[in-house]
Design a protein around this ligand. Structure first.
Ligand code: C2E
Ligand code: CA
Ligand code: CA
Length: 453
């Protein structure tokens, strides 16, 4: 199958040879090597949304079989000049070059999505081993306009996020990358000023111990309200910081602010811990552990009260330096948590090697754990896994009492989510904790004064 009309076989062998797989970096380099200036280049980002998430996580043989089948289907629809790359277990990139019309990018996106959405069967079985719910986003550009490949990737990734809201799950966008860059430039400038002037806020979301039913820790989450009163989603804010080299400043601002509040609360008799999100770039910074130690010292906060949250992708990207980083943080007495656990498709085996004290089970599993039996099983497996490695299990995205109760039954240690509270400004947060721990902020009878473990 090919999305390309074979009649236009301008190059010999074009129709016969499949597209080739490249590394993600090599594929992006290719994006700026189009031959003719009046033709188009398109980059497609494909989120696979595999149903065999649990098998993929454990690198089950059937999961590898699924990957081979995905590769076969992608290559079957490509022309010789097209290339593709596996960006992660859940994401592919497809590069289409020398397109005479942009409609072909659209056609390729739809054909690819249809092909990947068919159930994956093992040779000998009638029940599928996996089902994908692919979402395809893409961006095309005139080869002569050559945007930096990273701009093309950014635009295609943004289109992919928007494609999830489309009926057919496909969205190929025009080259608006420059406009996007301008917007981001403006935001970047405002953000630099806001960071300099300490105009960002840090909110706190309670984490509740499911056994003692007390809140003793909170996750610090950044908030930015611009001068015109609009709010910038934290995800966007973080991505601009990553991209424009402002990440260290942001992380330091959040750490400083959070520890300052912790010290104030401690002075008022409220002893709490806080969790801070670290970005991938921070994990690569070997000077960061010393900065953490210095900041703890400045605010006279005991290191055991600080948890740093990392994601699997940050660790997998540069495993050796990440492990060294984690050991240094742990040796300083701080704790480490693995955020969004279950979405990274990495092997369970590496958990053994990491000095991590807490697994944060991703909200996508927790939210549907009662409605969807598979998600319920995944949550149980992840809780048991955490305990096998002597880690605490924390469930994120707990939105109602039934889920909180089910998590407690399943042995989960800590819960965080709207059921307890949304992220709160510091003043409200302190009041909330006092009331909750006194048993007064109870919305469902869960908050009782039970002695600490
Ligand atoms: P995250 O680290 O996974 O943070 C949890 C997100 O889930 C927060 O979104 C929180 O408001 C939201 N949430 C909590 N409980 C529930 C619930 O019950 N239901 C639902 N639907 N959502 C819930 P938020 O604040 O928008 O942050 C989004 C992401 O932005 C964070 O995801 C984190 O990756 C990043 N982020 C936020 N603050 C910081 C920061 O200071 N530094 C860094 N590096 N990243 C940050
Ligand atoms: Ca987090
Ligand atoms: Ca999370």
């Amino acid at each position: 199958m090919s999305w390309q009309p074979r009649t236009s076989s301008s190059e010999p062998g074009d129709a016969a040879q499949p597209g080739r797989r490249l590394s993600p970096g090599a594929l992006l380099e290719r994006a700026v090597q189009g031959a003719r200036d009046d033709e188009h280049t398109a980059l497609l980002v494909v989120r696979l949304n595999r149903s065999d998430r649990l098998a993929a996580l454990a690198q089950h043989p059937e999961s590898r079989q699924t990957l081979l089948e995905i590769a076969r289907r992608v290559e079957a629809m490509m022309r010789a000049r097209d290339h593709w790359a596996v960006a992660s277990h859940d994401e592919l990139w497809v590069l289409l070059v020398d397109l005479p019309t942009t409609a072909l990018a659209e056609l390729a996106g739809r054909t690819l999505r249809e092909s990947l959405a068919r159930p994956v069967h093992a040779d000998d079985r009638s029940t599928p081993i996996a089902q994908l719910q692919p979402v395809v986003g893409g961006c095309w550009t005139l080869t002569s306009d050559r945007d930096a490949p990273v701009e093309l990737l950014r635009a295609a990734t943004a289109a992919c996020a928007l494609a999830a809201a489309e009926d057919d799950q496909v969205l190929i966008s025009a080259p608006q990358t420059r406009m996007r860059t301008i917007d981001r430039n403006r935001l970047e400038n405002e953000l630099r000023v806001a960071l300099y002037a300490n105009e960002l806020d840090v909110f706190f979301q309670p984490q509740v111990d499911l056994r003692t039913r007390r809140c003793t820790n909170a996750e610090a989450l950044v908030r930015w309200t611009r001068e015109d009163g609009s709010t910038v989603p934290p995800d966007l804010l973080v991505s601009i910081c990553e991209e424009r080299g402002l990440m260290n400043q942001l992380t330091q601002f959040v750490l400083n602010t959070a520890l300052r509040h912790l010290m104030t609360w401690s002075g008022q008799g409220l002893e709490l811990g806080v969790s801070i999100n670290l970005s991938n770039t921070t994990l690569a910074d070997s000077t960061y552990p010393a900065l953490v130690a210095h900041t703890l010292d400045t605010w006279s906060v005991d290191p055991t009260r600080l948890t740093l949250e990392l994601t699997e992708s940050a660790i997998v990207r540069n495993e050796r330096s990440a492990i060294e980083f984690m050991h240094r943080i742990r040796d300083q007495g701080c704790k480490l948590a693995l955020d969004d656990f279950g979405t990274g498709y990495s092997s369970f085996a590496y958990l053994r090697k990491l000095p991590i004290g807490e697994l944060k089970i991703d909200q996508s599993f927790v939210r549907n754990m009662i409605a969807d039996r598979n998600d319920g099983r995944i949550v149980q497996v992840l809780i048991d896994l955490a305990h096998t490695f002597d880690m605490m299990a924390l469930a994120e995205g707990v939105e109602d009492a039934a889920i909180a109760a089910r998590l407690a039954e399943a042995g989960c240690d800590v819960a965080q989510g709207y059921h307890y509270a949304r992220p709160l400004p510091p003043f409200e947060f302190a009041g909330w904790v006092r009331a909750f721990n006194a048993g007064a902020a109870d919305q469902d009878g869960t908050a009782r004064a039970v002695p600490d473990r």
